[in-house]
Design a protein around this ligand. Structure first.
Ligand code: SF4
Ligand code: SF4
Length: 135
């Protein structure tokens, strides 16, 4: 048995289709949805854990990709150098699950790793390259 933790990114055109359910039925891959951000007409993201035979998982991933879903290994941790952070807020704008926010009254960056789905979008968003990802 193989286990993989993956981030699935759904383009708006397919975000409402039950592609994960279809993949589970077709390829016999146990799939545990750990976190999901799905809204009509928007890019959707899902953190999933897949368990099954290596071949089954590979086929399941191939099926999702053939439907336009981007499949990436989940990044396991993020590190932010808060000492150098001026709390510009650029990273909060791309953080769909709300793991990054500016907290009142001083509007300082606050990180909630519990909400992080490890998509890595904040890394590119930071103009000061203060965010790193760890695998
Ligand atoms: S990797 Fe960054 S943008 Fe993605 S969920 Fe985590 S904190 Fe938010
Ligand atoms: S984008 Fe970079 S500098 Fe701006 S708040 Fe986020 S971590 Fe801080």
């Amino acid at each position: 048995m193989t286990k993989k933790r993956l981030v699935l990114t759904f383009p708006p055109a397919v975000v409402e289709r039950p592609l994960v359910s279809l993949m589970v039925k077709e390829y016999d891959v146990l799939t545990n949805i750990l976190r999901a951000e799905i809204r009509e007409g928007e890019i959707g993201r899902m953190l999933v854990e897949m368990e099954g035979s290596g071949a089954g998982i590979k086929k399941g991933i191939g099926y999702l990709e053939s439907q336009g879903v981007k499949v990436e290994e989940a990044i396991r941790d993020i590190e932010i150098n808060l000492d150098r952070c001026p709390s510009c807020g650029a990273c909060t704008g791309v953080c769909v699950p709300g793991a990054l926010r500016l907290e009142e009254p001083r509007y300082e960056l606050v990180v909630n790793k519990e909400r992080c789905i490890f998509c890595g979008l904040c890394v590119d968003a930071c103009p000061f390259q203060l965010i790193k990802v760890k695998f």
